[in-house]
Design a protein around this ligand. Structure first.
Ligand code: CUA
Length: 394
């Protein structure tokens, strides 16, 4: 009786876990939203069914053997009758799996070849390349229209693509091995330092698709998320234009001016904001390159045009009301390592990873967030929050 109850509890718990794991439909391997992901799903579903049938068959056969062949009497100490060498059976259970595996291999290889075709085909994009970099623990995206190696647009965590056309991503890493995985759009591709791996993403319709780094990459691996925002071609072009604008330099009296000074002093060695100048009027560049994303930190020029921040861990806007999530942003600026495990203050000789605690006062935190909200525009997302105007500026 107790055993049955225990089994039921375990089974119930496992089912609940399984269902919980499938709860986020934006990140579900069984609901493909693009051509490539559909190819994978068309392969995996039949394979899972066949594997399931084989598994059940084996379990049933084993149960029959165990029940029928078990020792009947406690005092029966003789060995059971030994059987060996059923030639026909042995041939059968060698050939059947071999045939099964061969059939699966044919479909698997043809799917792999199909996925390996990395031709992107949008005339409007005219050779545009998107390079994806993994960092501990966030993603950056560099859009290079003329393929001259100097990206015109750099953003972080949220990859914006046009819907309905295949887009080639060149995936690499700036530190350790990560893996880029947005299950609704394609399989995984490793992000390896010093190498570039191409993968094609295509979303059928405008929408949002969540992903997760899939290669253990250190302390905050589980917090290394990403989102793909697919827009109509028109909206995408608008987005591209917006992203190429520089942030306005605020002047004394403007909301966020004090925060801008703080940002220049405390943040601008790691975070690039395009258009930001120092006291001498020179543009502040992280590592000497315009618009570059350093290996340390996301480019924040258009921070507020995203929906998430800190490795897509937190919502920048309340998903219900669309209001700027100021409390979470303040908490992040107040003590980042408390919000997301990082290696920001490592022992001497070790490299720091992630955003350090800057030790800002409450007043400074307030000023800093007042500045960050000026880094617009608001997200162009298809299902995202409505534009926020007053809340963000005050
Ligand atoms: Cu990056 Cu796991």
């Amino acid at each position: 009786m107790t055993t049955i109850r225990l089994r039921r509890a375990v089974l119930g718990g496992a089912t609940a876990l399984l269902l919980a794991a499938c709860g986020d439909e934006k990140q579900d391997v069984f609901t493909p939203e693009g051509d490539r992901a559909r190819s994978i799903n068309d392969l995996q579903v039949p394979v899972f069914i066949v594997a399931g049938l084989v598994g059940v068959g084996v379990a049933v056969a084993m149960t029959i053997v165990i029940v029928k062949g078990r020792r009947r009497y406690k005092d029966d100490t003789d060995d059971p009758t030994q059987l060996e060498g059923n030639f026909k059976l042995e041939i059968a259970w060698t050939i059947a799996p071999a045939v099964l595996l061969f059939v699966i291999a044919v479909f698997t290889v043809s799917t792999l070849l199909r996925l390996d075709d990395n031709e992107a085909g949008a005339a409007e994009l005219d050779g545009m390349e998107i390079t994806v970099y993994g960092h501990q623990w966030w993603w950056s995206y560099e859009y290079d229209f003329d393929a001259d190696g100097e990206p015109e647009v750099i953003t972080a965590n949220e990859l914006v693509i046009p819907a309905g056309v295949p887009v080639t991503l060149n995936v690499s890493s700036r530190d350790v091995i990560h893996s880029f995985w947005v299950p609704a759009l394609n399989g995984t591709i490793d992000a390896v330092p010093g190498r570039t791996h191409a993968i094609v993403f295509e979303a059928d319709e405008p929408g949002e698709f969540d992903g997760q780094c899939k290669e253990y990459c250190g302390l905050s691996h589980a917090n290394m998320k990403m989102r793909v925002v697919a827009l109509s071609m028109n909206e995408f072009q608008t987005w591209l234009e917006q992203q190429q604008q520089t942030a306005p330099m605020l002047e004394e009296g403007d909301d966020g001016f004090e925060g801008q000074q703080l940002f220049v002093d405390r943040c601008s060695t790691c975070h690039q904001v395009n258009g930001l100048t120092n006291a001498d009027g020179d543009e502040i560049l992280v590592e000497g390159r315009a618009a570059v994303v350093s290996r340390y930190a996301p480019n924040l020029t258009h921070l507020m045009s995203r929906e998430t921040f800190a490795g897509s861990l937190f919502d920048l806007y309340d998903p219900e009301t669309g209001e700027f999530n100021r409390a979470q942003m303040e908490a992040w600026v107040r003590n980042p390592t408390a919000e997301k495990p990082m290696y920001a203050t490592p022992p001497e000789g070790e490299l720091p990873r992630g955003m350090p605690d800057l030790g800002l006062t409450e007043e400074e935190i307030d000023q800093m967030v007042d500045y960050l909200v000026t880094l617009g525009p608001v997200p162009p997302s298809p299902e995202g929050p409505e534009p926020v105007t007053d809340e963000a500026g005050s």
